[in-house]
Design a protein around this ligand. Structure first.
Ligand code: NAD
Length: 371
């Protein structure tokens, strides 16, 4: 088992003695960081941290995320801790947002030192979620996809799509990408953004056409319903399905018959039973958690003709790993601001006195201003 890095090793950002100042990575800061490191390298490094954290799975507090559903979407909190660091993410999922010119998924998150309870990082996580979701997908495929698969179909070409494509290129050696979206403008955007990526990108006019010859099929659509992006007759033996878009009660992408033929792999099964494709199956339908595959307790792909399915919903430990990655970058890439987030009275018990001294200072400066 890989030992976790001590919390202090990942805490270079706040100046000693100024624990009340919390490094904040804004959207602009995250873009600067990812551009400085390179998106593919960032996802490769995040995938390595996710694998490191999955390999020490029993050390973590785990709970299905806390979801608040509405007719428009869902707002969720995703907490976890390894005993040294605590992390949580706030994330929403609103498929109808796109029609209003808004993101389907937005997020921010926090990492804290368990020893003091003080936050050590606050970060945007909309971009970071796309990076970690793609890193997790490619990591799962490394354990499950048919060896040598060079062609991936991607159904759903929205905000997550390019990240998925680049992670599979970097981590799995995908060379060719076949794209389909019900909105041709989304596919055109994806083709444009991936020009020069080194991938051969083919736009397709149907999901059936897209999956022709693909060893890996990624579904990453957004629709708040039981959708059927893939039907049973579309799925041949031996492929790996990376099902990303079904991640909420009542929101799935695959026909149930595909699930009955597949070997199914999950992140944290109690959460996936609520949110994933397997909500369509009996609660005792056998599945394997990926940490078991990563630690050698359970096999990944076991036959060339096996259909493997990663029923991705996104789990708190992946966000924890991604926040760990951001935190570790801040010393070399200081794209953060310090936020005065934690009250810091001279005497810790004199919180009210701090307020009184501030009032006195304000009165004095108002008096000076009046002279
Ligand atoms: P997005 O709204 O930017 O893109 C979704 C795309 O799917 C759109 O281009 C839309 O036209 C297309 N689409 C919808 N129905 C389709 C269909 N029947 N066939 C083909 N294309 C279709 O959303 P996004 O940010 O890219 O997220 C995609 C999905 O992934 C969402 O459902 C989101 O909740 C989910 N997600 C999952 C994870 C995870 O960890 N599993 C993480 C992030 C996002």
């Amino acid at each position: 088992m890989t030992a976790p890095p001590p919390a202090s090793a990942a805490a270079p950002a706040s100046a000693p003695g100024r624990l009340n100042l919390v490094p904040f990575v804004s959207v602009d800061g995250m873009m600067r960081l990812v551009l400085a490191v390179g998106a593919e390298r960032a996802m490769t490094e995040i995938a390595a941290l996710i694998e490191e954290d999955f390999r020490r799975w029993p050390e973590f507090d785990k709970t299905p995320r806390v979801a608040s559903h509405s007719a428009a979407g869902v707002i969720e909190l995703m907490p976890t801790s390894d005993g040294a660091l605590y992390g949580f993410k706030y994330v929403n999922g609103h498929p109808s947002n796109m029609r209003r010119g808004l993101q389907t998924v937005t997020a921010f998150g926090l990492l804290a030192d368990v020893a003091t309870g003080y936050p050590v990082l606050l970060s945007e996580m909309t971009i970071l979620t796309a990076l970690r979701t793609a890193a997790m997908s490619a990591l799962a495929a490394r354990h499950l996809a048919p060896p040598g698969a060079g062609v991936m179909a991607m159904i759903g070409n929205g905000a997550q799509a390019e990240f998925q494509a680049l992670a599979f290129r970097a981590l799995c050696g995908i060379r060719e990408l076949r794209l389909y979206d019900i909105d041709p403008a989304a596919t055109a955007k994806c083709v444009r953004n991936l020009a020069g990526s080194g991938l051969t990108v083919t736009p397709c006019t149907s999901a059936e056409q897209a999956i022709l010859g693909a060893g890996i099929v990624t579904t990453v659509t957004a629709d708040k319903q039981y959708a059927t992006i893939l039907t049973d007759n579309m799925v041949g033996p031996g492929i790996h399905i990376n099902a990303v878009g079904g991640d909420c009660p009542g929101k799935t992408e695959l026909h149930r018959d595909i699930l009955m033929r597949a070997a199914i792999f999950t992140e944290y099964t109690p959460q996936t039973r609520i949110e994933g494709e397997i909500q369509q199956l009996a609660p005792d339908h056998p599945v394997t958690e990926l940490w078991e595959v990563m630690t050698g307790r359970a096999p990944g792909r076991s036959r060339p003709d096996q259909i493997t399915l990663f029923d991705s919903v996104g789990f708190a430990i992946e966000d924890f790993s991604a926040l760990r990655w951001v935190h570790a970058q801040l010393a070399r890439h200081p794209h953060f601001q310090e936020l005065d987030m934690i009250a810091d009275p001279d005497d810790p018990r004199d919180l009210y006195g701090m307020l009184m001294r501030a009032a006195a200072r304000n009165a004095a400066s108002a008096g000076e201003g009046g002279m």
